[in-house]
Design a binder for this molecule. Structure first.
Ligand code: ZN
Length: 164
């Protein structure tokens, strides 16, 4: 689509992405340590099949970080409203070029800022690889009232059980 100079119309403020970020991620061979294994489904013959994702995708919360760059570097053709929905029209060639340029310099650019995001904090080969910190942040967000000292004690108990 980028080679054909296609345009992408995004309608709605909470619609994420311009259709090229995952391509930039693949072009630069930014890989995941643990990819999504997929989802089982029943096909028309009644057989259970596994639908797998054959591309790297990414966390949708990080992709909007590119939007100011699309505006600054000619990726954005126009923006306005369609009905009541905020909308943007982008050049897929230009957004892909911008994403490749930015991710070459900083492969972590598309990662979101959520300390408890599994995709961004753990799943990529270039994630920060601080799994204990990630687990703590995930627990802290999902179990209110958890302190670091309680977590450390909890972790020690789990770790000792695994060693036995
Ligand atoms: Zn994320």
């Amino acid at each position: 689509m980028a080679k054909l100079n296609a345009k992408n119309l995004t309608i709605g403020e909470n619609v994420i992405g311009v259709g090229t970020t995952h391509v930039a991620i693949d072009v630069l061979e930014l890989n995941r340590k643990q990819t999504n294994k997929g989802v089982n489904y029943i096909n028309e013959k009644g057989d259970i099949k596994l639908a797998t994702i054959n591309w790297n995708g990414g966390c949708a919360r990080g992709f909007p970080k590119f939007i100011p760059l699309y505006k600054e570097k000619n990726g954005l053709i126009n923006e306005g409203k369609i009905g009541n929905a905020k909308s943007i029209l982008t050049s897929m060639k230009n957004t892909l070029d911008i994403e490749i340029e930015v991710l070459k310099e900083n492969p972590k650019f598309f990662l979101c800022d959520n300390p408890a995001c599994y995709s961004c904090r753990v799943s990529w080969e270039h994630s920060e690889k601080k799994q204990i910190k990630f687990i703590f942040n995930w627990l802290k967000i999902n179990f209110k009232g958890l302190s670091y000292s309680r977590f450390k004690n909890f972790y020690k108990v789990i770790y000792k059980k695994q060693k036995k």
